[in-house]
Write a protein that binds this ligand. Structure first.
Ligand code: SF4
Length: 481
């Protein structure tokens, strides 16, 4: 084996133009050559194009082989040279160089490599090459660099006007951006960057501004909103639950919602808040994506089926009437009939009030996009239809079960017919009520008459809220005269 660093004999398709250079040195067998190609493939969407010298590379991978004697010592010798190169580059201010060790030596001696050669940033075994984008992005973030996102989120919020114009009594309020979860099908960690939370004071100020414009309900937004950890005015880090408690006491804000959440960030205090805060609406959107542990692992979700079901049980203990919503991806690479049945079983066990379900489609740059076994399109579609039929059945049953109840409805807009108004129940259902257009912007009790697949119909429960038709007709006559 040559001691000089040479370009691997890897045939790749034409690289997308990108500012970053990737050098892979491949040792050993054809299997490693193949793996080097795959590594180049998964890194190409991040803007890495192959280069033929280590000296000008931004990212160097030694794809190692353990079969020959003293293989590990040769790798350490190579790493010694790379360390000098890395230091020289840093001293020249030419940007960071990332060094990874892959292959069998990495698998066998991962911890030892990191201990003996601190210049190594990443050690990745042969079964984890699909995680290279995640590992590389984490390494860049640890150095304070951002991959795929061109400016920090706080700059965006700083540059936006302090007062927003809003229409209607319900508004979104972004409190968090980015994601550190790296689900294998999702581009968000690369495009939006690391999880970042707005300071509490900024969120409360925006909520006050919204309330002054007549907003009664705020939906706190974030790619991982329940990972919220904003700086509080008291110098402490505030959780989403603590933020919700502060907002619940803010004048004018009567309703709080939040979306989208990750099961791993569903903390005890947030679950407790659902039982304690009247303003926190009894609705939780908690995506699970699959009911199969095997697929959840391939998705890199970092939670299993049992944990998700346990969380739902705990949330329901805190707030028994809570409406659960979810997200599902059907036809993820490698999904078998058995995996799909696990998903159907989970849906039956949880019982959803609403849900979003999608066919898997590869997103360039994500590890799943290069996963081998794709599910045939007709099979995936048939599974999606079966899942959606079950979810719609559950949604209809949940809506029908509201008949006869009196629910507080926040009226948001006029309906299509006459003086009809449309509002939202606490469970986020759309509620249609006749003769209620004078109540837009108010929260009023509505007697639910029946529930349909996508909405509820009801009538005003409090007679004092009803505006006589004659009054409106009289007013119309005056206007006309
Ligand atoms: S699916 Fe959600 S949790 Fe997973 S990486 Fe994307 S934004 Fe993050």
């Amino acid at each position: 084996m040559s001691e000089t660093l040479t370009v691997p004999e890897v045939e790749t398709t034409a690289p997308e133009p990108g500012p970053k250079r990737l050098f892979i040195k491949t040792y050993g067998c054809q299997m490693n050559v193949y793996d080097s190609e795959r590594m180049a493939d998964v890194l190409r969407p991040l803007g890495y194009a192959p280069t033929d010298t280590a000296e000008n590379a931004d990212f160097i991978i030694l794809n190692t082989c353990h079969i020959r004697e003293k293989a590990a010592e040769k790798v350490y010798s190579e790493l010694g040279k790379l360390r000098l190169m890395k230091e020289a580059r840093a001293a020249a201010g030419a940007g960071a160089m990332t060094i990874a060790v892959a292959g069998c030596v990495a698998q066998a001696e991962g911890e030892e490599i990191m201990r003996r050669q601190p210049a190594v940033d990443i050690v990745v075994g042969p079964q984890a090459y699909h995680q290279l984008p995640e590992l590389l992005t984490r390494t860049a973030r640890a150095r304070g660099e951002r991959i795929g996102a061109d400016f920090a989120p706080h700059e965006k919020f700083d540059a936006m006007p302090a007062v927003r114009g809003v229409e209607g009594p319900a508004a979104f309020l972004t409190v968090q951006e980015g994601c550190d979860k790296f689900c294998s099908f999702c581009v968000v960690p690369y495009t939006r960057g690391a999880e970042w939370s707005r300071p509490v004071a900024d969120v409360l100020a925006e909520a006050r501004g919204l309330a002054e414009q007549g907003v009664r309900e705020v939906t706190l937004l974030g790619q991982n909103v329940n990972a919220y950890d904003g700086a509080g005015p008291d110098g402490a880090v505030w959780t989403l639950a603590k933020l919700a408690r502060a907002l619940a006491g803010a004048p004018g804000i009567d309703r709080i919602r939040y979306t989208t959440s990750h099961p791993n960030d569903m903390s005890d205090d947030l679950i407790a808040a659902h039982g304690e805060l009247e303003a926190l609406m009894p609705y939780l959107h908690l995506p699970v994506q699959s009911g199969s542990d095997r697929i959840l692992r391939a998705m890199n979700r970092k939670h299993g089926r049992a944990k998700y079901i346990d969380l739902i049980g705990r949330v329901r203990e805190a707030r028994p009437d809570i409406a659960i919503s979810g997200d599902f991806i059907i036809g993820f690479p490698g999904e078998t009939d058995r995996d799909f049945e696990d998903t159907m079983g989970l849906v039956r066990e949880v019982g959803y009030a609403s849900a979003f379900s999608f066919l898997y489609s590869p997103r360039p740059g994500t590890p799943a996009a290069t996963m081998g076994v794709q599910v045939p399109a007709d099979v995936a579609l048939a599974r999606l239809h079966a899942l959606q039929a079950l979810l719609l059945e559950q949604q209809s049953a949940f809506n029908r079960a509201q008949a006869g109840r009196t629910l507080d409805v926040l009226f948001e807009k006029k309906g299509r017919h006459g003086r009809q108004a449309i509002g939202r129940s606490p469970y986020l259902q759309s509620v249609h009520v006749e003769d209620a257009d004078h109540l837009i912007g108010r929260i009023v009790p509505v007697r639910i008459e029946h529930g349909q697949q996508n909405s509820l119909k009801g009538r005003l429960a409090d007679t004092s809220l009803k505006q006589p038709r004659s009054a409106s007709a009289a007013s119309g006559n005056q206007n006309g005269a």
